[in-house]
Write a protein that binds this ligand. Structure first.
Ligand code: GUN
Length: 293
């Protein structure tokens, strides 16, 4: 069997077009959704992500503000930036790019963001709303993007056994929470695996839908995928490759070349979940604005 390749670029582009259309309708009423992205430090990967978020904003006809500060920025200074953005009526969404420098308490900063502007969906108010099935929840972009990917690819989650590999706060936990919600894109039976899981390959093999989010390059091997299963790869890992000009290549958490031969559908890296995450950030910014007006 050769798997259907789930095209995250195409699906993400479709979502961004939908958001742009809605933004254009709002513009006619004098309303422009605004997103602020805050980047502390010089991490090259974070800079690249922030750059693509800004570009996506412009393309969607949204107002975008990028605030960059050096790694030596204090926690108090960052909290003051968040306070100011919380007060700014032109800003409907705030994203503080992670990871933050060691000397800053990440939780304190994320909890300072007005939950109505929390387009990352990391504030406890939004986590609580998501878990309790409140549709006004702002949901974390990556797992929410995976749900959209499944929905728009016609992959049935209802009654399916979904195995989530990884229990991070950003992906694994919210992923499981979304998959057990009632309704389209939910109604799955969910197992969450992590480093302490006994016989992890066997649990993975029992999945109808296997979602890998553990941050280990090519961890999921062919023998962990049941023939005909759907495989979603959330990982983005930099692996040294001196043969390339950049000196590295990007690879997912799934050994793609071998798993593509057994899965019925699979998302590639790059070009899978990554573009969905950015699309959902745009969608969340629009949602945040619509819930304020
Ligand atoms: N860094 C990596 N992923 C994310 C994300 O989803 N949100 C934020 N704010 N930072 C990130």
């Amino acid at each position: 069997m050769t798997a259907h390749i789930i095209d995250g670029v195409a699906l993400g582009t479709a979502i961004r077009h939908e958001v742009a259309e809605e933004a254009a309708r709002l513009k006619a009423r004098g309303l422009v959704p605004g997103l602020a992205v805050v980047l502390i430090g010089e991490d090259p990967a974070s800079r690249a992500y922030v750059g693509s978020k800004e570009k996506a904003c412009r393309e969607a006809g949204m107002h975008s503000v990028k605030i960059t500060r050096p790694a030596a920025t204090t926690e108090a200074e960052l909290l003051a930036i968040v306070d100011q953005l919380n007060q700014d009526p032109a800003i409907h969404g705030i994203l503080v790019q992670l990871p933050l420098p060691q000397h800053i308490n990440t939780e304190k900063v994320l909890h300072r963001v007005d939950p109505r502007k929390d387009v990352d969906g990391f504030h406890p108010v939004n986590v609580g709303k998501m878990v309790s099935g409140d549709p006004t929840a702002l949901r974390p972009c990556t797992p929410w993007g995976v749900i959209q990917m499944l929905l728009r690819s016609g992959i049935e989650t209802r009654g399916a056994h979904a195995v989530v590999l990884g229990r991070s706060t950003i992906v694994g936990k919210p992923m499981a929470s979304l998959l057990i919600q009632t309704g389209p894109g939910g109604d799955a039976t969910v197992t969450v695996c992590h480093s302490k899981t006994r016989d992890l390959p066997a649990v993975c093999r029992s999945a109808d839908i296997l979602i890998a989010a553990i941050g280990k390059p090519e961890f999921v091997k062919r023998d962990m995928v049941r023939p005909g299963a759907v495989v979603i790869d959330v990982g983005i890992n930099r692996v040294d490759d001196p043969s390339l000009p950049k000196g590295y290549r990007l690879t997912g958490d799934v050994a793609y070349a071998e798993c593509v031969e057994v899965a019925s559908a699979i998302s590639p890296v790059p070009g899978g979940v990554g573009p969905m995450t950015i699309a959902m950030l745009m969608a969340n910014t629009l949602q945040a604005m619509q819930q304020r007006t």
